[in-house]
Design a protein around this ligand. Sequence first.
Ligand code: IPM
Ligand code: MG
Length: 369
Amino acid sequence: MSKTKEIVVLPGDGIGPEVTKEAIKILQTVCKRHDKKLSIRSFPVGGASIDRYGRPLTEEALTACRKSSAILLGAVGGGKWNDQPKDKRPEAALLQLRKELDLFANLRPITTYKSLLKSSPLKQEIVSGVDIMIVRELTGGIYFGRPRFIEQTEQGERGVDTLSYTTEEIERVAHTAFETAAKRDRKITSVDKANVLDSSRLWRKTVQESAKQWPEIELQHMLVDNCAMQLVRNPKQFDVILTGNMFGDILSDEASMITGSIGMLPSASLGEEFAMYEPVHGSAPDIAGQNKANPLAAIASVALMCRYSLGMPEAAREIEAAIEATLNDGFRTGDISSKPSKEYLADTTDMGSAVLKHLNPYMQPGNLL
Ligand code: IPM
Ligand code: MG
């Protein structure tokens, strides 16, 4: 049996604990089947950590993350903590984790499932067969640029953020995008705002330069406003989209609707040493604690974990196939339900169990621990 893999779970706030619970069951099942030993430790993060320890991320949780093979994060945030100063807000934990662990490349696959085509607000012929990988830079850009402040002025106040990118920051995420494209359809669309922003002009020049090492990959540049439009006009034109932190944040939410629901989108945040996996949806406080949330994005995030951190690409494919089969069976949580007669309105645990059944029809969750 191989060396034990240390997994850190950060369930977080809102629906985070419910969806990570289902995802962990799936992870335990595939690891058992593939003879991979896991040690799983869980820590509060975000609002849950503020409530317990007075800050969104503890040193203990961060240290555990630094020792881990992979991290699974649920979601952070909620109205309850909105009035906190910015470094005490739940989101600060997420940003700190990304920065401290240097998770500079955020992979957000946008894949459509045949049986969910009806759930997309876009026409079926536009969305069917879409398969995009968004590679979002995650530790730079306007999220982290300095200076940033709000100051008093004679008229009132002035808020300042800084958008900055260095060649090195661009090069390393571009490298991830080219490597990713090499294993897919070999096409990259690099998205920027080079008609206005200097940081984007450097972005474009640097990506262009990196492309010389990847002659087999087709590179095109696209302005972000045009990309936002093209994503709904003709999303099939995209293979890999490479972009900065803020543009990637916005475009990935937009692209999620191609799949029918943001509740379907997994993500992987990768650095040289560490990796964190998280569903793209937020904490959804309005449905928290009601067993209504869609756990498929968290489950698909575990598939990405198997692929990128645990050396189990086969397990990743098995999980993805089990998700597809569950959807084909007609299981739907509220966010992806279009309620024709063949669908079952499933709650969070039903959905998790249905995926589990496809992975191993004889194994009940209770037998795993
Ligand atoms: C995301 C989220 C985060 C971001 C928030 C919660 C800080 O929207 O992961 O896309 O803006 O990066
Ligand atoms: Mg976002």
